[in-house]
Design a protein around this ligand. Structure first.
Ligand code: IVH
Length: 688
């Protein structure tokens, strides 16, 4: 039998090898050379084939397989490991004069020797060290305190610019160091998505990169589109590597590392200054953030001669760019009304050039922000753009304040509909309570309802919604499902519906397309219907959790605040907002009409059994066989509920490793039984 299976797996092994090699090659061409050799579909197909084979024949799966790029392995905890070579930091300065001093001192210490400097970018990200043995990545560790860092190998493997297997010639044992950065475009897209889902956005790409490397689920990390910029290479005694920093990086590039081309060998201080000045201006044209320039002595044998100070080498220094800050007059304040009625004050500034763009506006956040900064009418405000991309108001330029100027008075009425603004207790923001009579709120809600992640009625853009609203045809989301073909065709005559003077056939076609899109939206799953309602604080993730917990609209509608707060990630404030939303008779009427129209009001999930029916679990910690999300889905697939907080209604606390002590304490206090992963599996299989 063994003999047979050994023979049988040979062609499988061959196919897996072939797929892995091809996927590696395609990845390399894509990320290193910006060349796409096959379609995305073809790439995904190959990846899936390899994943399937690895699942069927786990003994044949390579730890360096390109499937690791997709993630899926769970970091149970980040093991602390000691660095083989301590990760030193660099002396740094904001002053060119100190760079001049550094250069003069170095020249003096190396008197009589031929040498040069390398100038390169100081990447603004998270430093990691990668150990390669026999051409394979064996470990990735964060800087930590320089002596000990976190083992983040599983997540590092998902970063396409980190080679898993080196190419061509390479040293048998060495460490590659570099910075993991979050490119601006990917960062902004990710933050937009987080905001849509009601999650707190990351303050800047560096924080986001750092948070991503610490994700427990490597598949999540794979989605983050991080990039590794290599800047350093070192090898143990006895292993030979090139003897200039410049050539080391060139060597690394040939091995398959992403080494940025912006490195220059400089002969003297003038060339160094020129490099610094160039990048101080140009840095905002890079696709990722840098916060300075690093200058190193190029000839590595001279490093020993120069030695170290207490914590940094004498052969290198970092010049840091100042966060750019300007002062510009505040011309006026606009107050924007969001779809949930929230008011956001926005400073209209005299346009000013800052960090590569013209800044005309910046948020003033809320009334507290304005009061805290004590902003007066006509003040000049300091605007900064540091590691952050979004310009921020950081203070008032008091030197420019005119005598007798008055503090800004926050508005008391909605700028759109005139309703008296309200400020909920404990909240810093004001909002307009006139949800059903305030234009931007009505249109905002309609836009949200039809948006891609909600009902996805693509052909109903903002202009058409405005048109339908002003024609009195759509006043709320339920009206969308009552639209008739004749109404739409008649509407197009002023050309707005097709944006060109449209012929009647065009209008008819366009009306039919719209009606078809509306019809198709009736199949959108229940959880997205919940999201589409646009209840305050209920983002995409929250809606999913509510839908899974309550299973249908009827149950969700009648849930008490207390019950709502049981749902994971639903706090008291959100629970109150949901409960109030459903108590509104107009909203109940809308729900009834949507139900009549045939929208999905029940969740359809893969149900494996009803064994956990009536039970509510709280899940905490890290598990061996499941990721946390998987185990929660498993509970729900067996009819159970998952709640985020322990109460007397909790049936079990399902505890993994590293569970929070608070949860444990609360469970003990309330007498909630605590079970582990094994107990859980037995329960699902009906053994206890
Ligand atoms: S060289 C021993 N080069 O800046 C010298 N560092 O304190 C090793 N950094 O945390 C560092 N870009 O992570 C070097 N091109 C670059 C760099 C760079 C960013 C980071 C590094 C370290 C800090 C310097």
């Amino acid at each position: 039998m063994d003999l047979f299976s050994a023979i049988d797996t040979d062609p499988v092994r061959q196919r897996m090898d072939e797929l892995a090699k091809e996927l590696d090659r395609l990845n390399y061409e894509y990320y290193m050379n910006d060349r796409s050799l096959v379609s995305d579909e073809e790439f995904d197909r190959m990846m899936r084939e390899l994943q399937d084979l690895e699942q069927q024949y786990p003994e044949l799966a390579s730890p360096l397989s390109p499937t690791k790029r997709v993630g899926g392995e769970v970091n149970k905890s980040f093991r602390q490991v000691e660095h083989r070579f301590p990760m030193l930091s660099l002396g740094n300065t904001y002053s060119i004069a100190e760079i001049v001093e550094f250069e003069a001192r170095t020249r003096k210490l190396l008197a009589g020797q031929e040498f040069s400097y390398t100038c390169e970018l100081k990447y603004d990200g998270v430093a990691i060290g990668l150990t390669y043995k026999h051409g394979r990545l064996v470990q990735a560790v964060t800087r930590g305190n320089g002596a000990v860092g976190d083992d983040i190998t599983i997540n590092a493997k998902t970063i396409p610019t980190i080679p898993l297997q080196l190419r061509g010639d390479y040293p048998d044992d060495f460490e590659a160091r570099g910075e993991v950065v979050y490119p601006f475009e990917a960062f902004e897209a990710m933050n937009r998505q987080r905001e849509e889902e009601g999650q707190e956005p990351f303050a800047n790409p560096r924080n986001a990169a750092s948070g991503s490397l610490k994700l427990q689920d490597s598949a999540e990390c794979a989605k983050r589109k991080l990039m590794f910029c290599m800047y350093f290479m070192m090898a143990p005694d006895g292993i030979s590597i090139p003897d200039t920093h410049f050539n080391r990086l060139e060597y690394a590039r040939q091995m398959g590392f992403k080494v940025q081309p912006y490195i220059k060998e400089c002969k003297n201080i003038n060339e160094i200054k020129e490099f610094i000045e160039y990048w101080d201006k140009e840095r905002w044209n890079l696709p990722f953030g840098i916060d300075g320039i690093v200058i190193k002595v190029n000839q590595t044998p001279l490093w020993d001669a120069l030695g170290l100070t207490a914590k940094s080498p004498r052969w290198a220094i970092a010049f840091k760019f100042k966060a750019e800050r300007v002062s510009t007059p505040l011309e006026s304040i606009s107050y924007q009304v969001g779809r949930t009625g929230v008011i956001t004050p926005v400073a209209n500034l005299r346009p000013v050039w800052l960090g590569g763009t013209t800044v005309k506006r910046a948020t003033l956040v809320n009334a507290h922000f304005i009061a805290n900064m004590d902003i007066h009418i006509g003040d000049h405000l300091f605007i900064e753009k540091g590691g952050e991309i979004i310009p921020k108001v950081v203070g008032v330029d008091l030197e420019q304040r005119k005598q007798g100027s008055m503090p800004v008075q926050y508005i008391v009425r909605c700028p759109e509909c005139g309703a008296q603004l309200v400020r909920a207790e404990g909240e810093a923001g004001h909002y307009c309570p006139n949800a059903d009579g305030c234009h931007p709120q009505i249109i905002g809600r309609l836009e949200h309802f039809v948006s891609r992640k909600a009902m996805d009625i693509e052909s109903l853009g903002p202009e058409r919604l405005e048109l339908l609203y002003s024609a009195g045809l759509v006043k709320n989301v339920a009206d969308i499902y009552d639209l008739k073909r004749e109404q739409l065709i008649g509407l197009g005559t002023d050309a707005t519906i097709d944006s060109v003077k449209s012929s009647s056939t065009l209008q008819e076609k366009s009306a039919d397309n719209l009606l078809a899109a509306i019809e198709a939206s009736k199949q959108v799953p229940f959880e997205r219907v919940v999201f589409a309602l646009g209840i305050r604080y209920v983002g995409e993730v929250g809606a999913k959790k509510l839908a899974r917990y309550f299973k249908n609209m009827d149950a969700l509608m009648v849930a008490s605040e207390e019950e709502l707060a049981q749902v994971e990630d639903v706090g008291e404030v959100t629970a109150k907002a949901i409960s109030e939303w459903f108590l509104n008779p107009l909203h109940r009427q809308i729900i009834a009409r949507l139900k009549n129209a045939g929208l999905q009001m029940n969740g359809k999930w893969k149900v494996e059994s009803g064994k956990l029916e009536g039970m509510t679990f709280v899940v905490s910690g890290v598990f061996e066989h499941f990721s946390r999300e998987e185990i929660k889905a498993d509970i729900e697939n067996h009819g159970g509920k998952v709640s985020g907080s322990i109460s007397s209604k909790t049936t079990y606390l399902l505890a993994g490793e590293k569970m929070g002590p608070e949860k444990l304490k609360k469970a003990e206090k309330l007498g909630v039984p605590i079970i582990n992963e094994d107990d859980y599996l037995k329960k699902v299989r009906g053994e206890i």
